[in-house]
Design a protein around this ligand. Structure first.
Ligand code: PMP
Length: 330
């Protein structure tokens, strides 16, 4: 299909990229879906589209309606684009410690941004819970609820999974990715396992997230912290529940940053921290499986969103990560 129907029509069907240097190094096919080429710049465009289309189909969202979401980033960007295209009011509740670039971008896209003080999930004034209450109070409003609305994982079951299967001709030995809401891993894992139960599903986790230990031991236990954004969690969301997961890999910040800068310098790919976690984990899985296997993962979003942090040498130095990035420490 040469002509796509506007923003919504151009979500998904991203290219599957072969990362040549990582393939040479491991003897495996290391492949990554270029999700940063989605029209809103991230994998979350897929979830935003499915959540809104699902609400429209159910008659919960109609012309003149309002979409409310608690989000620190990419989902809000995807929702704001689609709301503009569909004529919905978009309200984004966001913790006020997020980068000013994100708030500015959301406002530019037409969203009403409501910064709130950061609070843990169990607090009633956590940003996600504030978003839920706000949607309840506003007539004609829906709460997108990306963490527990399974239209999110359905997006990946219906699109990302089948795309990977078709693009590899069904030759996938492992699928590896980090989770925020868990929608991507849950949807892709279900689809690939249905096609071939031998496909190995591996959860990639940053430090500070509880899911590595959850997969390994059944206990939700978090250790350390991470500079990555949009991934890592301390609870099992409705989207993640019931996902067939075979193993987990933990990636620390130095390994993540080193991979982000390798992708930039060796592959010419300018992507964010979760892509670094994904590819570092993919290489680890390739080493475990040995040469001749095909490992698929995702390049989740664009590096430009992180200009003030991950791609700022002073910030990296402050975090003790300049060396990992290959930047001379002065
Ligand atoms: N990478 C980035 C940059 C993200 O914003 C997100 C979503 N928060 C993810 C990865 C994880 O995707 P999912 O929510 O489907 O688990």
């Amino acid at each position: 299909m040469a002509i796509r129907d506007g923003f919504i029509g151009s979500v998904g069907n991203t290219p599957l990229l072969r990362l040549g240097r990582l393939c040479d190094e491991t003897g495996c096919e290391i492949l990554a879906k270029a999700e940063f080429l989605n029209p809103g710049g991230s994998v979350k465009d897929r979830a935003a589209r499915f959540i809104l289309e699902d609400a429209e189909r159910q008659g919960r969202l109609a012309p003149g309606g309002t979409v409310v979401e608690g989000t620190a980033g990419n989902t809000g960007i995807g929702l704001a684009h689609i709301c503009a295209a569909r004529g919905y009011r978009c309200i984004i509740v966001i913790p006020d410690n997020q980068s000013p670039e994100k708030l500015d971008l959301l406002r530019t896209l037409g969203a009403e941004v409501r910064p709130v003080p950061p609070k843990p999930y169990k607090d009633p004034d956590n940003y996600q819970k504030i978003a839920g209450r706000l949607a309840d109070e506003l007539p004609g409003a829906i709460w997108a609820n990306q963490f527990d609305n399974i239209a999110n994982r359905q997006a990946h079951y219906a699109t990302t999974g089948p795309e990977i299967w078709a693009e590899t001709g069904g030759r996938v030995d492992a699928f590896v990715c980090a989770t925020g809401t868990g929608g991507t891993l849950a949807g892709v894992a279900r689809y690939l396992k249905e096609r071939d139960s031998k496909v190995r599903i591996v959860l990639a986790d940053p430090m500070g997230s509880a899911l590595y230990n959850w997969v390994k031991t059944g206990e939700l236990l978090a250790e350390g912290s991470s500079i990555t954004e949009g991934i890592g969690t301390t609870r099992v969301t409705a989207n993640l529940e019931g996902t067939p997961i075979d193993d987990a890999v933990q990636v620390d910040d130095p390994a993540c940053v080193a991979m982000v800068y390798r992708l930039l310098r060796e592959e010419g790919l300018f992507v964010g921290g979760s892509s670094g976690i994904n590819l570092a984990a993919a290489v680890q899985v390739a080493r475990e499986l040995g040469p001749g296997h095909t490992i698929v993962t995702l390049l989740c979003d664009r590096g430009g969103l992180y200009a003030g942090r991950l791609f700022n040498s002073q910030w990296l130095q402050e975090k003790g990560l300049a060396e990992a990035a290959g930047i001379a420490v002065g």
